[in-house]
Write a new protein. Structure first.
Length: 118
């Protein structure tokens, strides 16, 4: 299983970005997918996740109402739409796939940098 995250960049506060996570797997639809981020000097933290069916999502409180996670099974891709970005959203964003729901992630992508300037 391979995950490829993309879509990061340098934006200003208030702007939007959409991250993509394309997953190469035998059956993409069996995986729950999560987004995590790690800012310099900080631990990696959970951002959002979507169930294998796409019918359930969960978000960290810090991004609720601003970020939206979605899944396109036909394209084997999970998106993270990020609106109203803040400087504190600056981090490397990673996607991860799980066969065990949201509890534990088995596969990780390489990360994409998001930088939000004030």
């Amino acid at each position: 299983v391979q995950l490829q995250a993309s879509g990061g960049g340098l934006v200003q506060a208030g702007d939007s970005l959409r991250l993509s996570c394309t997953i190469s797997a035998r059956d993409f639809r069996t995986y729950a997918v999560g987004w995590f981020r790690q800012a310099p000097g900080k631990d990696r933290e959970f951002v959002a996740a979507i169930s294998y069916s796409g019918g359930s999502t969960t978000y960290d409180d810090s991004v609720k109402g601003r970020f939206t996670i979605s899944k396109d099974n036909a394209k084997s891709t999970v998106y993270l739409q990020m609106n109203s970005l803040k400087p504190e959203d600056t981090a490397v964003y990673y996607c991860a796939a799980s066969l065990r729901g949201y509890a534990q992630y088995d596969y990780w992508g390489q990360g994409t940098q998001v930088t939000v300037s004030s």
